[in-house]
Design a protein around this ligand. Sequence first.
Ligand code: IPE
Ligand code: IPE
Ligand code: MG
Length: 240
Amino acid sequence: MGIEESTEAPPPRHIGIIMDGNGRWATSRGLRRTRGHREGIEAAKRVVLAAIAERVPCLSLYAFSTENWRRAEEEVSFIMALVARNLRDQYDFYRENHVRVRHSGNLEGLPEDVQQEIAIVTEETRGNKAITVNLAVNYGGRDEIARSVSRILASRTESALLSPVTAEEIENYLDLPDLPDPDLIIRTGGEHRLSNFLLWESAYSELYFSDRLWPDWCDEDLQAAIADFKRRKRNFGGMR
Ligand code: IPE
Ligand code: IPE
Ligand code: MG
């Protein structure tokens, strides 16, 4: 093994992606916004394959936020139908590429059929080991922290109810407590904000912003983000 190879930084253990820009991608082509969401699924598949090739074990994809309900009812119902249908239609993709699908977010707030598809796909793909893809649907970071605190309180005996809540407990009761914190969070589409994504887990994430709209993303974009990540110097509050 050459020196360069042995000193190469490891890939991120977990990447979170704020997949933004579907609407602009479509309207700039004179198409309806919904067409951009459909193209966004193709981009997600390309990026999942690129992540597997780069040996990234976990990918969180922000698909629908707790604030996205504020959009026109036509767009919201299109996205919900698209999510439900694709969870099912992509079974071959998950099987052939050994993709384990998981969900984070407020499950009960989703339409019945979406809840059902999530339950089926997470169960059916449980044994797949190439990558875990966490679909954040009806997800909000604040909502997740509130859910965690509610679970903590529900787990407590009456005598322990008023003892202080620790950061460790909050971590242990998040939606997917077994996933590592994201090493890298990517936002596509040119905006520089988190929009309520993984607020607790992103405390020490490296942030990467790309102007490219999500439906245009391909393997090279992910490779560039990972290469950039590998050059970062992380301190976690310690000394350089
Ligand atoms: C991201 O793309 C997808 C969702 C939020 C569901 P947008 O729909 O936000 O696209 P822009 O930002 O309007 O271009
Ligand atoms: C963030 O994108 C949410 C998702 C990508 C699912 P938005 O388009 O909803 O974010 P804002 O409204 O521009 O902050
Ligand atoms: Mg947007």
